[in-house]
Each structure stands twice: as structure tokens, then as C-alpha cells.
Design a protein around this ligand. Structure first.
Ligand SMILES: CSC[C@H]1O[C@H](OP(=O)(O)O)[C@H](O)[C@@H]1O
Length: 406
């Protein structure tokens, strides 16, 4: 069981990159090498790696390892991608390919914009700049996730104290926003990890002086399965079990019934983001908008959690966001691992490797609509949590996010 979505062996001049093939989770842990921009493009487009921050990191690393190849004379003599007399032009064409892999998450385009400024006709100087950029994007993402986790956990617990709410509560989350979507720890799932760390600490402390500072504690997470790619049932469930955080997986269609019947009051939903635009409208996994409507109906706080690398400084409102549509067969078929119904165990081949399976769930010629994301209007969002803090709407009812775009 591994939660390391990206393995970057950062030996300057001899870097190596591999990614966890998330299409095989949760039943099989298999890593794939990334040796070129084409490898990065294919891994991102096929969603072997996914999650806005992770997509940007793998994209950057694919550029780094491709540039590393150009430092090797043996490769340069045989390759056909590059005309070394016009390296900048060729590199920018390759960056355009990478950018086309998935259009909605802004992290990749933000990173590619910054990479274009590092490229020159000098291969070695370009490589050194890319190496430093790659190390920074990973280290900053990891540090930001912990900061966001603390920002979000403290904010919610303080809000509940102000409401004089005491006791146990539960939270909702959609898709996967944890270690498998980032460099580690996660965004929305990072807040959930920080919330539970306080609860676990409260249970484990014995001396009164170490009693919890807050009157309430998060005792259960309710992740949504998140059809049709099932990031919730395959990935978030996997992460929550790995961390031994009490959780109950629910279908996307059971949120309202859960909230109205749960013995544990549900006090917040934490969701990730693929693109937050200047007014706070947020692109995120399909189903997020619906979740925000349900939260509004039940008076549950709805928080978007994302690093500032997910903010789009060039777009004013959410209606301008391009929403990726995934291939229809990703909806018509459920992709997974073949399970032996007799013993509920994966069916394996002669090498003990679990067998992948596609199960049809619609007529093969049934027209379907398969948007990968939706746009939650800022009016439905109670707070935006980044590494810079928790941003709530001002008295004018609007977000003022200028500091997020610097
Ligand atoms: C911190 S991940 C942000 C975002 O990315 C996911 O989309 P996908 O799995 O299609 O890459 C999901 O929308 C997460 O909320």
C-alpha cells in the first residue's frame, strides 16, 4: 500500500521519475517510469496520475527528464524531437503538447507559463533552471498542504466553538484531494487529516493540561464515491484506511439522506479545486456544485481547499472556465479489478498480478454526457482555504482574493 503518487529521485544530472498508476488502485500498486514529455502527457491524459497539483508536478518533471536526455550525446545523436539550433522553439512546441493533456486544472498551465521563462538555447542552463524549479514546486506543494491543513482545521474548530457546538461531528468530501492528488498530505483531505490529528491527540492525551483546546472533535469522514472515475471509492477510501481515520463511503446520491438521518451531526464539507477564478467561482470534480447546494440547504459549511497554484489570475468568472469532457466509455464502463465473488478477492494471473476488468453498465450505443468537472458559484462557498489563510466573503457578499493572485 503506497500513498506516494510521484517518486522523484532528485540526483542532479541523473534524475529519475516514476508515478503510481492510479487506474490500478486500490488493488494493485504499480509504478511507471516517466522519461519524456510524451510519457507525462499520456500519464496525465489517461488519468494514471490525476489531481491538479500532481498533474502540474508530473508535467514539470516530464520536461526535466526530457531535457536531461538532451544532455546525453548518445541520445542527441539519435533523437528526432529537437533541432538543437532552435531549442526554445522546439521546447515550446513540446510544452504546448503537455498543456493540451487536460484543460481545466490551472496548476499545469500556471507551471508551464513559468517553465517557458526558464528555457533558453543553452541546454545545460535550461536543465539547471528546470531542476531547481522542479525541486521547488514539489517542496512548496508539500509544505503548503500542511499549512492549509492547519489553517482549515483551526478555522472550523474555532467556528464551532463560536457557535457553542460541543461534541462529535462528521465531515463530507468529494473526489480525491489527498496524497494521491498532490506531492503528499493533500488539500481538502489534508484539512481532514489535520482535524483528525487533533481528535486522535485528544483521545491519546491523558494529563488534563494537554486537554484539547476545542470543544468539538471530528470523528468520522464521509467520502463520496465520485462517479464515474470513482476517485472517492478507489482513492480517498484507500487513503483514509491507510491513515486509520474513521470513515464511511457513501454514494453520490445519498448525501441528503445521510445528512438528514446521521446520528453524528455533519458540520462541514471540504472539497478541492482545479481552478479558482478571481471572483471565487471554483471548478472542481463533477458533483461538487450539487454538494454545495445540499450543504446550503442543510446549513453545512462548504469549504474549498487549494494552494495558490490553483488560482487563475486571468479569469474573472467561472462561466469562462473550459470544462473537460472525458471519453463516453469512461461513463458507459466501470473500470476496475476483477473480483472473485466466491472469496471477494482479486482474481490474479499466473504472476499473481490482479486482472483489470471493464464492466458495461449502459447500452453500448447510449448517448452520454461525461463532464469531468463542474463550476460551483462563489455564492455557495463559505470559505476558501489556501496556504495564505482562510478567506471568507466580505460584507458585500463577495470574496476579495487579490492576495491569492500575487
Ligand atoms: C487536490 S486535487 C484537485 C482536484 O483534482 C481532481 O480532479 P481529477 O481527479 O479529475 O484530476 C478533483 O477535481 C480534485 O478536487
Amino acid at each position: 500500500m503506497s500513498l506516494e503518487a510521484i517518486v522523484f529521485d532528485r540526483v542532479a544530472g541523473k534524475c529519475s521519475v516514476k508515478i503510481l498508476d492510479q487506474l490500478l488502485l486500490p488493488y494493485q500498486t504499480q509504478y511507471l517510469p516517466i522519461n519524456s514529455i510524451c510519457d507525462g502527457y499520456r500519464a496525465i491524459k489517461s488519468m494514471q496520475v490525476r489531481g491538479a497539483p500532481a498533474i502540474a508536478i508530473v508535467g514539470v518533471l516530464s520536461v526535466l527528464v526530457e531535457c536531461q536526455l538532451l544532455l546525453q550525446e548518445s541520445f542527441v545523436k539519435t533523437q528526432t524531437f529537437y533541432d538543437l539550433t532552435q531549442l526554445e522553439k522546439n521546447f515550446n512546441e513540446r510544452l504546448d503538447l503537455l498543456l493540451s493533456s487536460r484543460p481545466t486544472a490551472v496548476n499545469l498551465s500556471n507551471a508551464i507559463t513559468e517553465l517557458r521563462a526558464l528555457i533558453s538555447e543553452d541546454v545545460k542552463a535550461t536543465y539547471d533552471s528546470l531542476f531547481e524549479y522542479a525541486c521547488n514546486i514539489i517542496d512548496n506543494d508539500y509544505a503548503d498542504n500542511f499549512t492549509m491543513g492547519e489553517n482549515g482545521a483551526k478555522h472550523l474548530l474555532e467556528q464551532l466553538d463560536e457557535q457553542n457546538f460541543e461534541g462529535d461531528f462528521g465531515v463530507l468530501t468529494i473526489c480525491n484531494t489527498g496524497s494521491l492528488a498532490t506531492s503528499g498530505y493533500g488539500t481538502a483531505l489534508g484539512v481532514i487529516r489535520s482535524l483528525y490529528a487533533r481528535t486522535r491527540q485528544g483521545k491519546e492525551v491523558s494529563e488534563p493540561k494537554k486537554a484539547k483546546k476545542y470543544g468539538s472533535q471530528m470523528v468520522r469522514v464521509f467520502p463520496l464515491e465520485t462517479r464515474p472515475y470513482n476517485q472517492g471509492s478507489r482513492l480517498t477510501a484507500y487513503e483514509l484506511l491507510h491513515d486509520e481515520i474513521p470513515s464511511t463511503l457513501i454514494t453520490d446520491s445519498s448525501i441528503s439522506y445521510l445528512v438528514s438521518t446521521s446520528k453524528i451531526p455533519i458540520k462541514a464539507a471540504f472539497v478541492g479545486a482545479d481552478r479558482i477564478v478571481k471572483n471565487g467561482d471554483t471548478a472542481n470534480k463533477i458533483g461538487t456544485y450539487q454538494l454545495s447546494i445540499i450543504c446550503k440547504h442543510f446549513g453545512i459549511k462548504f469549504y474549498v481547499v487549494a494552494p495558490t497554484t490553483t488560482f487563475d489570475a486571468n479569469t474573472e468568472t467561472g462561466d469562462k472556465i473550459i470544462v473537460e469532457e472525458r471519453p463516453p466509455n469512461e461513463f458507459r464502463f466501470v473500470q476496475g479489478t476483477l473480483i472473485d465473488s466466491a472469496n471477494a478477492a482479486p482474481v490474479v494471473n499466473e504472476y499473481k498480478i490482479p486482472l483489470k476488468a471493464s464492466v458495461g453498465i449502459t447500452p453500448l450505443d447510449m448517448p452520454v454526457w461525461n463532464p469531468s468537472f463542474d463550476i460551483t458559484p462563489y455564492q455557495h462557498i463559505d470559505g476558501i482555504i489556501s496556504e495564505k489563510g482562510v478567506f471568507t466573503k466580505a460584507e458585500d457578499g463577495k470574496f476579495h482574493l487579490e492576495t491569492q493572485f500575487q
